[in-house]
Design a binder for this molecule. Structure first.
Ligand SMILES: NC(=O)c1ccc[n+]([C@@H]2O[C@H](COP(=O)([O-])OP(=O)(O)OC[C@H]3O[C@@H](n4cnc5c(N)ncnc54)[C@H](O)[C@@H]3O)[C@@H](O)[C@H]2O)c1
Length: 387
């Protein structure tokens, strides 16, 4: 008999990401040695077809509703995964937190700085509720190894850092518009709000807070087919390149952060490159099993090592070490981190937590400064005062 703690989840937003969570729960047996397990008991989506998918595919679902308040009132729900368009984040997240349910919310954690502040206030008023922000890419084995090397101080003096998240399907001008391309639902941040938390998660976790930013934002495709097939305004920034600096020990370090919806040939490329005087390392999901690193001793060779990473991340799994790791594996690992922290807030079985609300708020400070920088064509200081 199993003595696992069952964490009963409600899902609000049964679209692309809501279904990814259902799939992760369905393959929880991939993870070994955990004494906790999520169970989806309730789902909410005003789109009946989206909610019905859960009724058809997830046998543990007892409640299907179009009104998220039903989940917040339910005694059968301990925690919520909320994956809805950005204009709904503040009102829904605040209600979830005030109901006392734990929350893994999707990025960007509010459509803008003001919405993010409302979420932070609710968190401060409800300190017993665990609130975390979704960001799965650091759980890829190559990225996870880089996290360990940073924590061990292996890089020496930092030379520079580049991180980015690039998509390319928007290169096709026939791709219809959706809520992520409209300011009222996605927000002024455009691609930064959609992709930027993924890029900033590790730099912020390492304490590499951008001090200032010079942003170059571009709207490559200002029109896309609307729901009637006619050209509709595609208002949001497609691509953003942020030149930033942070302080590390006695050094001011340049860091380039890029979020692109139109990076030709890149379906879903998340990457981080850190150059240091003792070690340099590069990981990209484009070569998801490959970790490149260059250890350096003065006078020694500058030779890149190319390592096929084993299937090893934060939590042990039944998958053989020789097998490749992918997006759904990273999602599964992120969910294990959230459930682990929920069960043992001070004693997780490994130390890497999901992105925190503070990190999400810091990302808002960077995006807000980036908007100002672009409009003024100036370098702008990033203001973290209110976090
Ligand atoms: N972590 C990641 O890798 C990742 C990837 C894609 C999207 N996201 C984020 O996930 C969130 C959702 O994105 P998506 O791609 O799943 O969008 P989606 O459009 O596929 O799904 C959103 C769902 O929310 C539903 N919804 C709208 N209003 C609602 C309400 N009041 N109550 C309940 N449900 C409601 C919609 O009907 C839809 O089914 C966004 O914040 C997005 O930035 C994260």
């Amino acid at each position: 008999m199993s003595n696992k703690r069952i964490i009963r989840f409600g899902i609000i937003g049964c679209g692309l990401m809501g279904k990814e969570f259902a799939s992760a729960v369905g393959r929880w047996c991939h993870l070994g040695g955990l004494d906790f397990e999520p169970r989806i008991t309730a789902v909410c989506d005003p789109n009946k077809a989206a909610a019905d998918w859960f009724a058809d595919n997830v046998g543990t679902v007892k409640q299907v509703t179009a009104d998220y308040q039903d989940l917040l009132k339910s005694d059968d729900v301990d925690a919520i995964y909320c994956a809805v368009p950005h204009h709904l984040h503040a009102s829904l997240y605040v209600d979830i937190i005030q109901s006392g349910k734990h929350l893994l919310g999707e990025k960007p954690f509010g459509i803008d700085l003001e919405a993010n502040r409302r979420i932070l206030e609710a968190i401060k008023a409800n300190p017993d509720v665990l609130v975390r922000c979704s960001s799965e890419f650091p759980f890829f084995p190559g990225a996870f190894q880089i996290v360990k090397w940073v924590n061990e101080g292996r890089f020496g003096q930092l030379i520079d850092v580049e991180a980015g998240f690039w998509h390319s399907s928007d290169l096709d001008p026939r791709k219809p518009i959706n809520w992520k391309r409209q300011i009222k639902t996605n927000g002024e941040y455009g691609c930064m709000g959609d992709l930027g938390m993924h890029v900033l998660h590790l730099p912020l976790r390492f304490g590499w807070q951008p001090l200032n930013v010079r942003a170059l934002l571009s709207n490559v495709m200002p029109k896309r087919p609307g729901s009637d097939g006619q050209p509709a305004d595609c208002e949001t920034w497609d691509n953003a390149i942020l030149a930033t600096e942070f302080d590390h020990e006695a050094t001011r370090v340049p860091m380039t952060l890029s979020t692109k919806r139109i990076a030709p040939g890149n379906a879903n490329t998340w990457f981080i490159r850190i150059n240091g005087t003792k070690l340099s390392a590069h990981f990209s999901t484009k070569e998801s099993s490959t970790l490149r690193y260059l250890p350096y001793e003065p006078g020694g060779d500058q030779a890149w090592h190319v390592l096929d990473t084993p299937h090893v991340s934060a939590y042990p799994s039944i998958t053989g070490h020789i097998f490749e790791f992918g997006f759904s594996d990273a999602i599964l690992q992120m969910w294990a981190a959230f459930c682990d922290e929920l069960c043992r807030p001070d004693n997780m079985s490994q130390p890497f937590t999901c992105a925190t609300p503070t990190e999400a708020a810091q990302s808002h400070a960077v995006f807000t400064a980036a908007l100002e920088s672009h409009s003024k064509t100036q370098v702008v200081s990033v203001n973290y005062d209110t976090i």
